[in-house]
Design a protein around this ligand. Sequence first.
Ligand code: UDP
Ligand code: MG
Length: 489
Amino acid sequence: MKTCQVSVVVPCFNEDEVIEAFHRALISVLETTRRTFEICYVDDGSSDRTRARIGSLATADRRVRYTSFSRNFGKEAAMLAGLRMARGDAVVLMDADLQHPPELVPRMLELRQRGYDQVVARRDRTGESALRSLLSTAYYRAMGHCMDVPVVDGEGDFRLLSRTAVDAVLALPETNRFSKGIFSWIGFDTVAFTYRNMQRAAGCSKWGGRRLFNYGIDGLISFNSHPLRLAIHIGLALALAALGYAVWIIVGVVLHGVVVPGYTTLLAAVVALGGIQLATLGVIGEYVGRIYSESKRRPHYLVRETSESPHVPPVDIPAGVRSGPSAPGGGQASSGHTGASALGTSRRRTLRQFVEFGLIGIINTAVYLAVYASLNLWISYLIAHVIGYTVGVVGSFLLNSRITCRTKPTWHAFVRYPLSSIVNLVLAGILLYLGVSRLGMDKNIAAVAAGILATPFSFLLARRAIDSGASFARQGGVPAGGSVGRATP
Ligand code: UDP
Ligand code: MG
């Protein structure tokens, strides 16, 4: 097996827009280091053209290798695959979106030469929203109390590991992997330096709120049994409090006789205890679930192809030919199974988006009513209606962009967005008319039915408006909203 001095491991999931810019930037930096190197890309089941792109990079340059997964297994699995692939004496882990600046690699190598086994690049919080910073700081504080190993705010996966450290990481067999904890757990001589936080060069983050929340839970319970112990402490404290309260009541009865029973206190106590019991059961369930998945001993990921043994020649695919991850080379599906799974994934995504769209609709209605009812007290009800409606539309646009479509809101999309409300209004009106006049339905029931029937159409239109706005911005049209500074490669 041929070794080299440096391996760079890059997990990639749907990084079509940025991967080539990243590759150019990385190669130009690595070439200045005068060391032998390889770049190990891991395609984590991307559904865009990432796999084809890294395949072409590997064909053009022997220093590039890749592994492609059969589906999305998550960044942890992708990093593990990359570490297993890497043959270098030192291995650098970095993201593909240029948030981990390649220019820092020489500095890491320099520190490695001084004998450090782990060189960690720690990002500051430049450009991050105040809320996110606050939540992250609170989370890391909580982690500090709960975890058996220290995890430092801002220290992520961007780091260099010596061969010894890589072998130590690979020797840990757990299925539920939490790298931040693993890197801390293995120890060895570690040094960290801080760099300025960068925004993504292109594409969008794969870590939505729910994914981030679940990752946070993983972190909290991957490395210790503190939450279980906390549950025991809370249970004991409550039992003691209940005992004290019982004594208090008994003393009261002895001194004053039976008084009117405290219905509210009782109810509050029952609800509070019920909540604590459920939360505790949830914590226990998490641990049991983990034991279950560890006991199954499933592999962390399944490989579809690698640069060493590609099942399909890695050819580039013209934009627009392929519709999903299952159509390598000229848009032909490689197997019925992966084609079906891509279809399943896209259906699940649409279903998820539809449910989120519906929930946002409910929130939107509540916001409208709240604004309308409060302004009604001060100004004319018609003006209150217009303001309430506008606030509702703007709010639902922002929420649907961020949550439903997971993209940045753009002015282009914003201008088109109200169209979906107009179509909804007209379509629901027609359906209402047909229901009442033709089918003889009750007016109220007909209104509800018409609203429900029109929702899928307005969902499709709203999604189209937001998505087309996002791609318009990507093609260099109206700049994306939010005005975050873009890192240039
Ligand atoms: N990534 C991955 N699999 C996933 C999600 C992300 O391999 O399921 C990769 C992604 O392509 C990127 C890196 O992990 O190279 C960090 O992801 P992202 O930029 O979305 O995370 P953030 O920087 O927002 O925390
Ligand atoms: Mg990123």
